[in-house]
Design a protein around this ligand. Structure first.
Ligand SMILES: [Zn+2]
Length: 376
């Protein structure tokens, strides 16, 4: 859902933990914000103490977010759903689970485990702070973390998908209407509504109360949630229209072929003449590889006449194959993760066709258009 996982920190419970680059910026912003809070509330402390505790509290918040994600992960693992990675980014983290839960109750328990963990942490920090004087550095830091963890729990319980509260909402709708896709659709629509409310509140706080810092934060969080909600909505729409389709349904059985001995220059002319962007490469009438316009991209123009396609093609043992009965959604995910946009289709070891991302996008677009038209 978010660009590149970022920096790998290590593994916890066998799950690789990543930090998104945006966290570096947030860590800095948080430290600055907390420093100003500490220096207002505890003017007696030295600047080194203000800065040191602010940085420590930011690090502990980071650890708290990790605990929140581990809370989700523990429950997912208990249901035998593998957790691929945990990525910590701007306003929290994402525990990427290998597949969607099978039953509404599983989804409900996985979703609620995160905020429950945060509330538990809030309670622990609160308990740690209580016996000490509120003006001591230990109590001030622990109390702040109790507050931040409670905030993390409450914010994540907002009923907008893909936040935890949105997942809880989805599991409830799902349990009621037994339709997972429809439930996701409603939950992400609710996410968009929540996002617009946050943006409107942020603008109001900035304009009416003159509190620009809080206003900008709210607008930023709202915009972020809006993007995430729209993305997950689009993903579900794509899943819905591709549901039940397999490679054999979306492939073209046309198999453009070309001999390995021709030059890149001639190959590009062939592509421009026919508009076909991917070819199987033959040598002595045997399949030896595959070439597409994408493979030509990195080669300087002046080398085209003297370079053979044999030197440029993807050799047969590195071709990304598709089986004729492979689900279309899975192929699309493979195309996205490998950046290979044309894949030949095999049935019983024979090449029977070609799937391309262009063709799949056309299918998706046409089916979405048809849905709209059929509902009108
Ligand atoms: Zn969560």
């Amino acid at each position: 859902m978010f660009s590149g996982p970022g920096l790998k920190l290590g593994r916890v419970m066998g799950i690789p933990i990543f930090v998104n680059w945006s966290w570096v910026l947030i860590f800095f912003l948080f430290t600055v914000m907390l420093e100003s809070q500490f220096s207002t509330e505890h003017p007696g402390w030295t600047p080194t103490q203000h800065w040191g505790l602010a940085a420590l509290a930011s690090l502990l918040l980071f650890g708290s977010v990790l605990f929140h994600e581990l809370g989700h992960s523990t429950v997912a693992l208990r249901y035998k759903i593998p957790v691929l990675s945990i990525t910590l980014f701007v306003f929290g983290g994402v525990a990427a689970i290998a597949r969607e839960p099978e039953r509404p109750l599983q989804e409900f328990n996985i979703a609620i485990a995160g905020p429950a963990t945060s509330l538990l942490l809030a309670g622990i920090f609160y308990g740690l702070a209580l016996p000490f004087s509120p003006n001591s550095m230990f109590a001030a830091t622990a109390m702040l973390l109790a507050y931040l963890n409670a905030l993390l729990a409450v914010f994540n319980l907002v009923p907008g998908f893909p936040l935890d509260g949105g997942r809880i909402l989805r599991s409830i709708i799902w349990a009621k209407n037994k339709n997972f896709n429809r439930a996701t659709q409603l939950a992400s629509r609710s996410g968009q509504v929540v996002a617009y409310i946050l943006i409107a509140l942020g603008i109001a706080v900035a304009l009416l109360e003159g509190d620009w810092v809080s206003g900008v934060w709210w607008v930023f969080i709202g915009w972020f949630l809006l993007t995430a909600a729209k993305q997950s909505y689009a993903q579900v729409a794509v899943q819905r229209v591709l549901d039940g389709l397999r490679a054999a349904d979306v492939m073209t059985s046309e198999l453009p072929m070309i001999d390995r001995s021709i030059s890149l220059e001639d190959y590009v002319q062939e592509v421009l003449r026919t508009g076909r962007r991917a070819h199987l490469v033959l040598g002595n009438n045997e399949l030896v590889g595959m070439i597409s316009l994408q493979d030509v991209h990195g080669i300087p123009r002046h080398e085209w006449p003297s370079t053979s396609i044999q030197a440029t093609m993807v050799p047969i043992d590195r071709i990304q194959w598709v089986q004729a009965d492979e689900p279309a959604m899975k192929i699309l995910e493979r195309m996205q993760s490998t950046n290979v946009y044309q894949m030949p289709v095999l049935r019983d070891g024979q090449v029977v066709g070609m799937v391309s991302r262009d063709a799949m996008l056309r299918v998706i677009q046409t089916r979405l258009q048809f849905e709209r038209f059929a509902h009108a």
